[in-house]
Design a protein around this ligand. Structure first.
Ligand code: WTA
Length: 642
């Protein structure tokens, strides 16, 4: 890599081999973004072409109107010629958590066969186009097969991250009203078998789920209800290995994925068939520079949007090999991830800054025995990557030869919208880059005026947005309007991220400006955590804040208003943690729980979280005169100090 000023650029060799190596693409796209996307869309397989590229009815918009498509036909049948070439190519490599367990691989043909068999089985169970299907699976090949089988028949999948608690599963299933849930007996996590079926059984109570399909993975003992439960393997056994693709309208619902917003209740982001397919294909091809022999490892669980788009749909649409790993990257040894990169000859590695900081903490010495010869490109996603972590990744993993694409996007955007392009650059530590060709963004101040360079403002996305952006919040149009289209009106999408531009228009993401926090890259909201804690019988009031953490980026800290008359503080703290485990799962446990007499409030009764945050980080507190109970501040300070 070449260094010019504070940025890096691709080598001539990389440039020459890249799909894109000329920055004139940005100008070309800018002239007519709708036409630009339409031209890209033409390279996919459509049953019927669209009549209109883009339609804007603020705050809603549509792409490729009246076009007919099915993403699985694009993956497996594009045109028969492609599929003939692809047939024997490895689509998936799956690595189990136990290192001694054999990896599983699927060629495109094998994958297609099993997708069709399962699609036929789902149909037999009465699942039809438009029906919602819940998927609560660990990282095993069947999660991919299940999603694709739904896509094949036009059922709307809603994947729930397997580490979410039964309660979190329930809330999501209730919202989608799914009648079928696909789960597994169990899975491995850090050497333990997690009984997922038990969680699923608990989670489907008080929902409309009538049928639970269970994949046998960990062979742990599970409770069985003959009427309700069915083994996956029994269902597909006698099914035909072809299933006709359901012809989907470009704007038909494709999937719903829940994400955290400002309130306690998660929001179901609704994605559609046409635009998502087009955007997934092209962003992968250009940002990760997918070429036919690439082996791509996106470390995200398919339960998050990153896993949906870049562990599954994008690499498969591009006909390359995607690697899935069941376990934690540092188990059983800290260099497990490096072993996997070498073993499977990974050429593109895409992970989150939290993982990078964790690898860094283990020390570069353990990496000296790895050559990483096949790696040619690295990616980062999910949280801001600081300069130190960027440089470590660049040197110790990329060996100063791999470009790093720092990719900004959200569950809502469906795919990457801001990044540097690998064959063009520049790669500037801590800066994500430029909007993807055909995407228009800006950084605005509170009044809606564009911020000058180096000044932080709110990141917004401007029309025509992007084809793969979500089309709404499932069953909640008010929330959609209020969350994204009220700050600057119905024609400007508010991302809830703070950002700034440098003199070359490169964008730096500062972080969320709402109360969403990214804990180890996982998106949770402080409101959601507070709602969970308030579920405790004896707790009526609490406040959760996000504080910086060396490895995880941010972690929650909870302040709970509790009058400890009985001297049971330690038990209550433990119960607070249990409450979060129960309502959400183990992914966002607080670093500290403080029991306090009183929380600082304004005269109108609003809890001042800002003051709590400053108390914790030791920053200047500022004006306390607006508080109704300023004396609470000193008391909390003493508790934190203790
Ligand atoms: C943050 C994950 C800095 C951001 C794909 C966004 C990032 C939220 C980056 C969405 C990045 C994502 N640099 N911050 N490269 N990528 N974020 O929905 O705050 O889980 O709003 O989607 O992650 O999180 P989500």
């Amino acid at each position: 890599m070449q260094k010019i000023g504070d940025s890096y650029f691709p080598t001539k060799e990389f440039k020459d081999g890249a799909w894109l190596n000329d920055d004139s693409i940005y100008e070309k796209a800018k002239k007519d973004p709708i036409k630009f996307w339409e031209d890209l869309a033409k390279e996919l397989f459509w049953f019927k072409s669209w009549k209109k590229g883009f339609l804007h009815k603020p705050p809603y918009f549509q792409w490729f109107l009246d076009g007919k498509i099915n993403i699985t036909s694009d993956i497996f049948e594009k045109n028969n010629l492609d599929f003939k070439i692809l047939k024997n190519k490895t689509a998936l490599i799956w690595e189990a958590e136990p290192p001694e367990e054999k990896s599983r691989t699927f060629t495109y043909q094998e994958l297609f066969k099993e997708v069709c068999q399962f699609a036929n089985a789902l149909k037999k169970l009465g699942v039809k186009k438009g029906d919602r299907v819940g998927i609560y699976l660990p990282v095993i090949p069947e999660v991919v097969i299940s999603m694709l089988a739904c896509a094949r028949i036009g059922a709307v999948h809603s994947v729930v991250f397997s580490a979410f608690s039964p309660q979190a599963l329930k809330v999501r299933l209730q919202d989608t009203a799914a009648k079928v849930l696909i789960t597994a007996d169990g899975y491995y996590r850090r050497g333990q078998v997690i009984n997922l079926k038990q969680n699923a059984d608990e989670g489907i109570k008080e929902t409309e789920v009538k049928k639970t399909i269970v994949v046998r993975r960990a062979k742990n003992e599970v409770f069985w209800d003959e009427k309700k439960d069915a083994w996956y393997e029994d269902l597909i056994k006698d099914e035909k290995d072809f299933c006709e693709a359901e012809v989907m309208d470009a704007e038909d619902a494709f999937f719903i994925l829940y994400t955290s917003g400002s309130t306690g209740k998660p929001k179901g982001c609704l994605h559609v068939c046409g635009g998502y397919t087009v955007q997934s294909y092209w962003t992968g091809k250009w940002i990760f520079d997918f070429h036919s022999d690439d082996i791509f490892w996106c470390t995200s669980d398919p339960g998050w949007i990153t896993g949906h788009t870049y562990a599954i749909y994008s690499p498969l649409l591009n006909g390359i090999t995607s690697l899935l790993f069941e376990g934690a990257p540092d188990f059983p040894t800290p260099d497990r991830w490096a072993q996997i990169v070498e073993k499977h000859k990974v050429s593109i590695f895409y992970t989150a800054p939290t993982a990078i900081r964790m690898f860094e903490k283990y020390g570069a010495e353990i990496l000296s025995k790895y050559k990483f010869e096949n790696l040619r490109l690295l990616g980062s996603v999910g949280e801001p990557i600081d300069e130190a972590a960027w440089l470590w990744y660049f040197r110790e993993v990329g060996r100063e030869k791999c470009p790093i694409v720092d990719t900004w996007w959200q569950t809502e955007t469906g795919g990457i919208l801001i990044t540097s392009l690998p064959g063009i650059g520049p790669f500037k530590p801590a800066f994500t880059g430029l909007p993807f060709p055909g995407v228009k963004v800006d950084i605005l101040d509170e009044k809606g005026k564009p911020c000058p360079k180096d000044v932080q403002g709110n990141l917004v996305i401007l029309p025509p947005f992007s084809p793969g952006m979500f089309r709404g919040i499932y069953k909640n149009p008010e929330k959609y309007l209020e969350t994204y289209w009220s700050q600057y009106g119905k024609e400007i999408y508010f991302t809830s991220d703070g950002a700034l531009k440098d003199g070359n228009d490169l964008i730096r993401i500062i972080g969320r400006v709402d109360d969403v926090i990214k804990v180890a890259g996982h998106r949770v909201s402080t409101g959601e955590l507070e709602a969970a804690i308030n579920g405790h019988n004896e707790i009526s009031e609490c406040a959760v804040i996000g504080v910086p953490d060396e490895i995880k980026g941010e972690v929650p800290v909870a302040f709970v208003s509790y009058n400890d008359k009985k001297g049971v503080a330690e038990e209550v703290k433990k119960e607070v943690i249990d409450q979060i485990k129960k309502e959400i799962g183990p992914i966002a446990l607080p670093k500290e729980v403080y029991l306090v007499e009183d929380l600082p409030k304004t005269r109108s009764g609003k809890i001042m979280r800002r003051i709590l945050k400053r108390l914790f980080t030791g920053e200047e507190l500022g004006d306390l005169s607006t508080l109704s109970n300023p004396e609470s501040v000193e008391k909390i300070k003493n508790i934190i100090r203790k």
